[in-house]
Design a protein around this ligand. Structure first.
Ligand SMILES: *Cc1c(COP(=O)(O)O)cnc(C)c1O
Length: 245
């Protein structure tokens, strides 16, 4: 089990390196984030002890359950799931440095108020729904700039870039369209030079489409299955929760 995780990580790093070489990118520009939903803390620990440093959960409950085991192992923790406003107080207890899934104003407002009370701040990425699928969270591409202008007013929320989940499709060119769109929005926003808005991070690409994402400019790829194996729950359990279809 331990060996399998390590072998898988090495394979992913190799895949990342290969695309970077092929596309003339510096592999150090692309961070590997381990998507650890449903993965037991002991198994995550193996990855962290093997040189990995960036992990992310989709649910506050899982963050909480694994926190005690992982807190003594050096790492950075992001959040990539749908965040309900009633979980804001909770999520801020577990040392999450970046919420990659900020996708609506009411969430931003409530986060800001709580952070103000705690005299704290957090990094965020704006999640954009680039695949036009009802089932996925994220701000509509046409509303991304407006949302960012509003979130930028909240000085406790440090905008660092954008995140998206690409279309689920075996057709690479359709998936690529999603990543291109995110890159395009990033460029539009950068050009606006909104004060306190950084557009350095593009979090896109997962186990099946990370090559395409890196070709289109990803700076963070989020990998779960290819490292930890198949999950028991379908992803719809994480992505559709609380959303009427
Ligand atoms: C689960 C998940 C991933 C990783 O997906 P895999 O296909 O298992 O690599 C990436 N991003 C988000 C938001 C996820 O929920």
């Amino acid at each position: 089990m331990e060996n399998q995780i390590i072998t898988n990580i090495d394979e992913i790093l190799e895949r990342i390196a290969k695309v970077c070489i092929r596309t003339g990118r510096n592999p150090e520009e692309v961070k590997l984030l381990l998507a650890t939903k449903t993965v037991a803390a002991d198994r995550i620990k193996i990855a962290l002890q093997h040189g990995q440093a960036l992990i992310a959960e989709n649910k506050v409950q899982e963050l909480k359950e694994k926190y005690e085991v992982l807190k003594h192992v050096p790492h950075t923790s992001h959040f990539i799931g749908h965040l309900q406003t009633n979980k804001i107080k909770d999520i801020l207890k577990y040392n999450v440095s970046c919420i990659q899934s900020l996708d609506r104003l009411d969430l931003a407002e409530k986060l800001h108020h709580r952070l103000q009370l705690e005299n704290s701040s957090i990094e965020v990425l704006i999640q954009v729904n680039t695949s036009n699928e009802e089932s996925k969270f994220g701000v509509h591409p046409a509303d991304a700039i407006g949302l960012i202008r509003q979130v930028a007013q909240f000085e406790t929320l440090k905008i660092k870039g954008l995140m998206t989940i690409g279309l689920f499709s075996a057709e690479t060119e359709k998936v690529r369209t999603c990543f291109r769109l995110l890159k395009n929005i990033q460029q539009q926003i950068s050009a606006l030079a909104i004060p306190d808005v950084a557009m350095t991070e593009l979090s896109m690409g997962m186990s099946n489409d990370l090559e395409t994402a890196i070709e289109e400019g990803a700076t963070i790829v989020r990998v779960g299955t290819a490292i930890f194996g198949q999950r028991l729950y379908p992803d719809s359990y994480y992505w559709n929760e609380g959303k009427s279809l």
